[in-house]
Design a binder for this molecule. Structure first.
Ligand SMILES: [Fe+2]
Ligand SMILES: [Fe+2]
Length: 511
């Protein structure tokens, strides 16, 4: 037996007895079959393994990985801890050609169905000739149950870019917190994570494909164990990558979208875990600000907004849903002298969030931490549609009466804005953009307002994330709670500390 065969058998032996009958191993383990000279050494490797929930997180998961070349038979073997790797799912392959480098990227997505709720699984992904890469995950509970999820945005990717002269130049977008925050998420160990846009700022880098690759390589040590569910931000809009610049994003992720137009699929989607319905939006459709490589305001022709209203109506008519959480990138509130709040979002989303009683809106875009009081309606006569606070409480908040907005943009990117908070109780709102026919970015037009909605800001720390622990209550009609902790990720070594804790409450919908 050749050394190569021995090595391969050893590696596969780690997969356990349950895998012996699976197609993953079928060709390689048959002792009599000749071993291809490239087997185990010549195949493009598995990179950037990451998970996403399917439409039913209690029963569906998607395992995804990247390759630098086309592969044969991309697949995942999986099973429970007790049963071993007994099942196999073939992967679907998506590709895009990066419009500036001409490079093709292959991403393989294996959808796992008919899983058991609240159960730990092991899985290994592979394709012909590749060393398998493996992870674990836990499916969501069925029905009302306690669990924890986490959220931040604006992370970036650890990056070293070769300068034009061949020297090494540090990429300006990432910081040590870009990596430390991943460790922070794993320390909390949530069921899932919401990543609120500006994932890796690939659009700013000369080598966009490698930046995306570094992003997944950095996050796989968490994202292979729990789904990181993304919202696309303005920095995911890349010149020459698809009709609205989001082709890379739509290739790297397979999200539980019901949109049938392939150009729009995966940009907005929803899922329910326990009694929490999560709605993920793509805000460049509805915000005024020109923040990406291409200005795509209005690209869905109202489809996203119509879908949002259907989602909200269905969630609020369900006796199984207590909490409605929206994850998106750009913001309706901000008192930092950075991007500012966006009137387009206030106009489009505000009435819907009010009518259907959205509990919590999680954003990024501003590279700081701020949260609002519970808000409903607008301050009378305000030209900026200033969100109207319904209570001054910041410790325990009844979201039946108003929506809490949280800006969680301290995910690790440089260019933090916690030092830019207005100190005079005001905020700025983007109320228009100037048309710019010469082809440059449209300039935002700002109007100042009183930040009567602002509750808590972290002026001191640039980086951090939030964790949300849901207590579903015991009986129909009980109060259900969401315990919120905002953690700082600190210099110099990435240790966590608690900036603040508060509680959201509302009555269960089955009362
Ligand atoms: Fe950002
Ligand atoms: Fe942004």
């Amino acid at each position: 037996m050749s050394q190569q065969s021995v090595t391969r058998r050893s590696a596969l032996g780690l997969l356990g007895a349950g895998a012996a009958a699976s197609p993953l191993l079928g060709g390689a383990v048959a002792a009599a079959a000749p071993v291809s000279p490239v087997t185990g050494t010549g195949s493009t490797p598995v990179q950037g393994l990451h998970l996403q929930f399917g439409k039913d997180p209690a029963r569906q998961m998607v395992a995804s990985w990247i390759t630098d070349a086309a592969v044969r038979r991309p697949r995942v073997t999986y099973g429970t801890l007790d049963g071993g790797f007994g099942a196999v799912a073939q992967a679907e392959t998506r590709t895009y050609v990066d419009g500036t480098s001409g490079r093709t990227v292959w991403v393989h997505h294996a959808a796992l169905d008919r899983l058991h709720p609240g159960t730990d699984y092991i899985y290994a992904v592979s394709h012909d000739g590749a060393t398998p890469d493996a992870g674990t995950f836990r499916t969501a509970p069925a029905g009302r149950a306690p669990f924890t999820f986490t959220s931040f945005g604006d992370q970036s990717a650890p990056q070293v870019t070769w300068a034009a002269n061949g020297s090494v130049g540090l990429d300006a977008n990432s910081t040590p917190a870009t990596k430390d925050i991943v460790t922070g998420i794993e320390t909390v160990g949530p069921l899932f994570h919401l990543l609120n846009g500006d994932l890796c700022y690939a659009n700013l880098d000369v080598d966009r494909v490698r930046t995306w690759n570094n992003f997944f390589t950095n996050n796989t040590r968490s994202a292979r164990f729990r789904p990181w569910m993304p919202a696309a931000g303005n920095h995911e809009i890349e010149r020459a990558n698809g009709p609205i610049g989001l082709a890379a994003y739509q290739t790297y992720f397979r999200l539980p979208s019901t949109e049938t137009d392939p150009e729009l699929a995966g940009l907005w989607y929803s899922f329910t875990v326990g009694s929490v319905h999560v709605i993920v939006l793509q805000n460049d459709d509805n915000c005024l600000q020109d923040g990406g490589d291409v200005y795509i305001n209005g690209y869905s022709g109202g489809r996203q907004l119509a879908w949002l209203e259907r989602e909200l109506r269905a969630a609020r008519s369900s006796r199984d849903v207590d909490w409605v959480v929206v994850a998106m990138h750009q913001v309706m509130i901000s008192s930092s002298d950075a991007n500012g709040a966006d009137l387009g979002l206030r106009e489009k989303y505000g009435p819907l969030f009010d009518r259907y009683g959205v509990d919590l809106v999680l954003c990024g875009h501003e590279h700081d931490y701020e949260r609002s009081l519970a808000v409903r309606g607008v301050v009378s006569g305000s030209e900026t549609l200033t969100p109207n606070p319904v209570s001054s409480r910041t410790d325990v908040i009844d979201t039946t009466h108003g929506t809490v907005h949280m800006i969680l943009g301290g995910g690790g990117v440089s260019g933090t804005t916690n030092q830019s908070f207005f100190k005079d109780g005001t905020a700025k709102v983007i109320t228009a953009v100037t048309p710019n026919p010469s082809g440059g970015k449209r300039t935002s037009v700002y109007v100042k307002e009183e930040a009567v909605w602002s509750a808590v800001r972290d002026l001191e720390h640039p980086y951090g994330f939030a964790a949300f622990t849901v207590d579903p209550g015991r009986h129909p009609g009980d109060t259900t709670s969401m315990y919120v902790t905002y953690y700082n990720v600190n210099k110099p070594s990435g240790e966590l500390s608690v900036f603040e804790r508060f509680t959201l409450r509302r009555r269960r919908s089955d009362g």
